[in-house]
Design a protein around this ligand. Sequence first.
Ligand code: GLN
Length: 382
Amino acid sequence: MSQAALKPALLVLEDGRAFAGTSYGATGETFGEAVFTTGMTGYQETLTDPSYHRQIVTQTAPHIGNTGVNDEDDESQKIWVAGYVVRDPARVPSNWRAKRSLDDQLKGQGIVGISGIDTRALTRHLRERGAMRAGISTEILDAEQLLKKVLEQPPMAGADLAAEVTAPEAYVVPAEGERRFTVVALDLGIKSMTPKRMSERGIEVHVLPATATLEEVLAHNPDGIFMSNGPGDPETTEHPTELLKALLAQNKPYFGICFGNQVFGRALGLGTFKLKYGHRGINQPVLDRATGKVEITSQNHGFAVDAPIEEKVETPYGTAEVSHVSLNDNVVEGLRLTGQDGRVLAFSVQYHPEAAAGPHDSAYLFDRFVDLMAASSERAGS
Ligand SMILES: NC(=O)CC[C@H](N)C(=O)O
């Protein structure tokens, strides 16, 4: 970064805590919910994950931007974070795929950031007090003045954001090789790696906007239904929840990721709640309760499903249970629905088996979805 680019910037949290630093990316001002992610790599995927819409993301890894930005790793069409906080941006990106620097990419897309602040102190503050509204400005450098604007912003609890991130039109991701199954994926903020992971397994994926109706879903004669990750409060997912209930009543195999896990929980009659500061990073340990295996997973969520971990819950569609839990704090990380004969009918996880930049411990879940559809179509055929 040249000396000329060193412009002061200010970050203010809604409880009044302020951090003075240096402008990074675009100048101006921005507001959102301040959260932190512990991923030490994958910043390009993080920035372009639609689930981060309306959030100011702090990277706990101190040195960010080292490998620049390439044209292959975006998870969607653009950067979604509302603002970006890094300790020490790389001055010279170095990677054979890099097309430009992260600073230029942020500037090009108008993303306001701040660097040179004590991101460890900020993270500890958010961990103790919880995720909260915040603002970054290069124009208002007076904390009290910026705080007034922060307090005018809407909170994340109650935010209905799917309409702001979903694809305007349906599109198809063809199966790689021979087509084995057709899946309808409801786009609540889908990341491009998700249909890719399905397509690699012979699935043709019809990605539909979040407002798709039951008729529109069934028109594709899907072998399975998928609901994606996405931003906002799961309490606002009335339409996808009702849609999923109707599809479960028709015994459609279902797989959900993250927001899709929360929608599944709600369709099964469970509640959701806001976590204090959420789980964001690529080193989150999860226990598969059936096998006793531990997976290291990628996560990005601020809400969770409220379900009894040791008990089974009877629902109109079958028996629901918690399949996976977080080993850090026992939060529900996966749900499973089984029929009377114990067969799995539908399942979902709160974490990201499609994870780019990894880890890939949980990629087997896509194979499980394939097996679920294969078993279901065998039964229908017999
Ligand atoms: N990545 C996601 O799908 C996040 C889901 C939801 N917005 C949450 O924060 O919990």
